[in-house]
Design a protein around this ligand. Structure first.
Ligand code: ATP
Length: 364
């Protein structure tokens, strides 16, 4: 029997393509794992009216961890328009399978490293090595939205009902989730010899929610006196990331800010093809490239699988197979440095599988 049970969720868009390349690499690494395929995403919406069917949830519960490719992120209104007729009128709502997994399995840490691998033509500056800790279960992603503004909203502000043509989203921040993500960041800093954490927020405007977040972060900082805590507004953070990315080490932030900063940081080191990610809870985790389904290049076999391959290195590390994790990352670094195999986003003509095979070849 294999040592690890990994739920394997290719999804749709470029998900299946990059996951094929990842399997080539994982097989070459000798990881002793059984890969259990699971249904998720757009095809499940069309077949079952549910992007995350119950049997997939059961599969996830039986696994040690999961590896996920991508799913189409249609706006809910568009998705509802394509819901098969037999499901209509049954109160079914469209929701993101990935957000549901993060919330249901309490995967409160979204860990996203952004590293400028030497020789990558997309690097804005050499030496960038930023790790983002993004709270993963709440904030503006808590799913509380009102397509019409309730009358009480105006009443509480002493306003006449201003316009029926308005909508509200709620941003929920809890002390518990803020403590969880802060603890993950400080413990990571200590374990990896990093010196500084920058808490990114907008507490001058979002006083209640980001005030609470900052309070939990400062409390955690007092328990970890060797790590320096600095605080920065989200707008200034975006500016400084572009002007001087080398001054950043670990970024600790809430859900939406972390989502946006992740893409910004990916842009500093070659784009979304280089941005891996891990969603980690207390006992279970899901690994995935940070990119989405990339419909503009899906089906062409040209997506860069490096983000997904680096996510597999993070998975090996999380499973306790640290050497395998390091070896996979070193193999990626070698292939990038050599520069013979490059996908179109790197200015080359190689395919997804050619990149996968090149990395796997270094491991054999
Ligand atoms: P979704 O709707 O699923 O979020 P999207 O197109 O809005 O898809 P991404 O999938 O994250 O968002 O893609 C953003 C851009 O980055 C696209 O132009 C896409 O082609 C490019 N991109 C994303 N991933 C990769 C990759 N692995 N290799 C090359 N280009 C990529």
């Amino acid at each position: 029997m294999a040592r690890y049970k990994i739920a394997w969720l290719p999804g749709d868009g470029i998900g299946p393509e990059v996951l094929d390349a990842v399997r080539t690499v994982l097989d070459a690494s000798g990881l002793d794992a059984e890969y259990m395929p699971g249904d998720i995403g757009w095809n499940m919406w069309l077949a079952e009216g549910n992007t995350l069917p119950e049997w997939t949830v059961e599969l996830l519960k039986r696994s040690d961890c999961a590896f996920f490719g991508a799913v189409t992120s249609k706006p809910p209104a568009d998705a509802m328009a394509e819901l098969p007729r037999r499901f209509r009128g049954k109160g079914i709502k469209y929701s993101s399978a990935l957000i549901r997994i993060r919330q249901q399995f309490d995967l409160f840490t979204c860990l996203r490293p952004c590293k400028a691998f030497p020789g990558n033509p997309g690097n804005l500056k050499e030496g960038i090595d930023i790790v983002i800790f993004r709270e993963n279960t709440e904030g503006i992603y808590c799913g509380a939205e009102w397509p019409r503004v309730p009358q009480e909203f105006y009443a509480a502000r002493g306003m006449e009902r201003v316009s029926p043509n308005a909508a509200v989203s709620m941003r929920a921040i809890t002390r518990r989730a803020s403590q969880n993500i802060a603890q993950a960041a400080f413990e990571f800093a200590e374990k990896h010899g990093r010196k500084k954490i920058r808490a990114v927020h907008k507490a001058n405007v979002l006083r209640a929610t980001d005030g609470l977040f900052l309070d939990a972060v400062r409390e955690m900082a007092r328990e970890h006196p060797k790590i320096r805590l600095e605080e920065m507004y989200i707008d200034n953070c975006c500016l400084q990331l572009v002007l001087d990315p080398l001054k950043f080490d670990i970024i600790l932030t809430t859900n939406l800010f972390g989502d946006i900063i992740s893409d910004l940081c990916a842009g500093l080191v070659g784009g979304l093809g280089f941005a891996p990610s891990a969603n980690i809870g207390r006992k279970w985790a899901l690994f995935e490239p940070a990119h989405g389904s990339a419909p503009d290049i899906a089906g062409k076999g040209i997506a860069n699988p490096i983000a997904a391959i680096l996510s597999a290195a993070m998975m090996a590390d999380w499973l306790g197979e640290r050497k395998k994790g390091r070896d996979i990352e070193a193999a990626v670094a070698d292939v990038i440095k050599e520069g013979k195999v490059r996908t179109p986003d790197m200015g080359g003509k190689s395919t997804t599988m050619e990149m996968g095979r090149a990395v796997a070849g270094r491991l054999r």
